[in-house]
Write a protein that binds this ligand. Structure first.
Ligand SMILES: [Zn+2]
Length: 306
């Protein structure tokens, strides 16, 4: 296999098992640029088959999320909004790619954006249209038409067949000075349960430097936040350049991080030990919304914004 980012063909394995199914799944790190990817990468046809059989997505089935998930998604949406607002990104046209149940699109519409979504799952997009009156187009990244001031992709990029091609498409879908907001799982995080990392739906595993490199032909990163996820803002370059690969030192650092990753690190250096308590608090909060209509759950969260 050739590396999707640098075209090099020598790798070291970082995992052999799909953590969700215990089936064999080889995930490898490129020796030259440090990008971590499934090896081999599935073909587009294999991906489609996988999604239609194994993932929670039946692309046509009606979708009705539980109130607790709407509440959770709403809270996450408002954290993402705060992250934007802190950088004075709070108006203009916004497109959420992979908009799911529409919570983010709805809330951003209420908070000053002219917001829309694009979502391949008909059940999800119908739900968002009907429940919140959101403007959602059915489709994937390549079906974006028009140009936007802000484009968001939350936990989408790691599922796509080529991150570099995705950035090219996004570049052409943004207005001049437009902002791209990407969030992906962060492979370097100490705070991520090893149980949730390597599985078939995730084709790519990003470090800070490999995400910057994947975007570097078209975008410059200008704000980075790390927790268990990696959040990054990008601004489009005036014109496309060559790819900026991670330095040798960065590649060595990622290799070292991958060797240290595991349960011991998660429990004692991450926040593994606190998680059960946080879950209990979350359970109390979510029990309160269990009979509420979806829009009311989101509107109530809106009223918590200072
Ligand atoms: Zn590479």
């Amino acid at each position: 296999m050739k590396c999707v980012l640098c075209n090099h063909d020598s790798f070291e394995d970082v995992s052999q098992v799909d953590i969700k199914t215990s089936k064999k799944l080889r995930v490898s790190l490129c020796h030259k640029c440090g990008f971590i990817q499934q090896n081999p990468l599935p073909t587009i046809k294999e991906l489609k088959t996988y999604y239609s059989h194994n993932y929670r997505l039946d692309y046509k089935k009606a979708y009705i999320p539980k109130p607790k998930y709407i509440h959770r998604a709403g809270k996450t949406a408002l954290q993402r909004y705060k992250f934007m607002k802190d950088s004075e990104i709070d108006h203009g046209t916004l497109l959420d790619v992979g908009s799911g149940g529409g919570e983010f699109v709805y809330l951003m519409g209420k908070l000053g954006f002219n917001s829309q979504g694009i979502e391949p799952n008909i059940g999800y997009s119908d739900y968002a249209k009907k429940e919140y009156g959101c403007h959602i187009k059915i489709g994937e990244l390549n079906d974006i038409d028009g140009k936007y001031d802000v484009i968001t992709l939350f936990h989408v990029l790691e599922h796509l067949s080529s991150p570099t091609l995705a950035f090219e498409k996004l570049y052409h879908s943004l207005n001049p000075k437009g902002v791209l907001f990407i969030e992906v799982p962060w492979i370097e995080a100490k705070d991520a349960s090893p149980h949730n990392i390597m599985f078939k739906a995730h084709l790519f595993y990003f470090s800070i430097d490999t995400l910057i490199a994947c975007a570097s032909q078209y975008f410059d990163a200008f704000k980075i936040d790390t927790g268990s996820n990696l959040k990054m803002f990008f601004r489009a370059k005036e014109k496309p350049s060559t790819i900026n690969y991670p330095s040798d030192r960065s590649v060595e650092n990622v290799k070292k991080r991958m060797r240290n990753k595991g349960w011991v690190e998660y429990l004692f250096e991450g926040k593994g030990l606190q998680k059960p308590m946080l879950k209990i608090i979350q359970g109390f909060e979510e029990a309160k919304v269990k009979n509420d209509p979806p829009k009311e759950i989101l509107n109530r969260l809106l009223r918590t914004i200072p």
